[in-house]
Design a protein around this ligand. Structure first.
Ligand code: ATP
Length: 297
């Protein structure tokens, strides 16, 4: 019995590993497929930016599948160099906003502009160069830490990579590995925790230094010490950049210029933290609930 149990259990572990690999591969292929889904318009020109731009969603309508509308008339502006945060229940359409800004998909109605330029009229290369994403779940390549950090800017020098890692507070951890920045990470190398992966993503973004940032906050809560540290780092990175934060924890959004509460593909409430608390609506309810949960942690 034991003899059978052990190999099966072992196979279970291997299966989970393979599945995890496939998930990552799947993600990569999905990304590549999406790249082909939208094409540069004939005569597309590079996005022209002069410092951090204003980003505007104007009456945006969007569906992944025609029969199921996801965004139904979403309008908001992130003023140049400010932060707008989006909160709301799972499935409300929050992450969809970031996918549309990066132009993984085109809209069915309305438009998105960056510095008054419709993102459909500019080259995808210039659009994506202008935007840095710190995603929920960072995909690490089966390569060295240095490669993974420099991914957004392959020409970066070792000194620049280290500087970014220091600013993201991951340098000491990397330096403590026997092979330092040459340590292999990813599925076949050193496994990083959720917080460490996010720090690699932050270092990557710091190095790329884009004028527009998207933070898709991790759904799985980090321990509160790590979470506070990462939030502080994200705030520092966002300084002076036009930033969209997809927030799963309300503590991240308190300082935002505007907070959008989404539900069912619509903005159902908007305002800054103080105004929304005073209004005593959905946001105030979410805030009270989160305070209770945090008290339990
Ligand atoms: P969460 O807080 O759970 O991350 P969210 O508010 O970010 O949720 P979205 O990821 O924007 O939600 O998803 C909005 C809706 O769109 C969901 O109902 C989801 O099932 C659907 N959806 C997301 N991606 C796709 C896709 N590639 N194809 C079809 N439907 C999708």
């Amino acid at each position: 019995m034991i003899q059978i149990y052990i190999p099966l259990n072992f196979l279970g572990v291997v299966y989970r590993e393979i599945k995890q690999n496939l998930t990552d591969l799947d993600k990569m292929f999905t990304l590549m497929d999406r790249e082909q889904e939208v094409a540069d318009a004939p005569g597309a020109v590079p996005l022209v930016l002069d410092g951090p731009p204003a980003v505007r969603f104007e009456d945006v309508h969007f569906a992944y599948e025609p029969a199921r509308p996801i965004l139904q008339g979403v309008s908001f502006e992130i003023p140049a160099g400010r932060t707008v945060a989006v909160v709301g229940p799972s499935g409300a359409g929050k992450s969809t906003l970031s996918r549309l800004l990066y132009r993984f998909y085109d809209l069915q109605g309305g438009r998105i502009t960056i510095a008054d330029q419709d993102i459909r009229a500019v080259t995808q290369q210039s659009l994506r160069r202008a935007i840095g994403i710190v995603p929920q779940d960072t995909v690490l390549f089966n390569d060295t830490v240095a490669y993974n950090i420099a991914y957004g800017r392959p020409d970066a020098s070792q000194a620049e990579v280290e500087q970014a890692a220091r600013a993201a507070h991951i340098h000491a951890f990397i330096a403590a590995q026997p092979k330092g920045y040459e340590t292999m990470v990813g599925e076949r190398g050193l496994k990083l925790s959720g917080g460490e992966k996010q720090r690699v993503a932050i270092a990557r973004t710091l190095l790329k230094d884009p004028p527009i940032l998207i933070f898709d906050e991790a759904t799985s809560a980090l321990d509160s010490h790590n979470e506070r540290a990462i939030q502080a780092e994200l705030r520092a990175v966002a300084q002076g950049k036009t930033t969209l934060v997809i927030a799963h924890r309300l503590s991240t959004v308190v300082d935002a210029h505007e907070i959008l509460v989404m539900d069912g593909g619509r903005i159902v409430e908007r305002g800054n933290h103080a105004a929304l608390l005073a209004a005593g609506g959905r946001y105030a309810g979410m805030w009270a609930m989160q305070l209770n949960q945090d008290g339990d942690r």
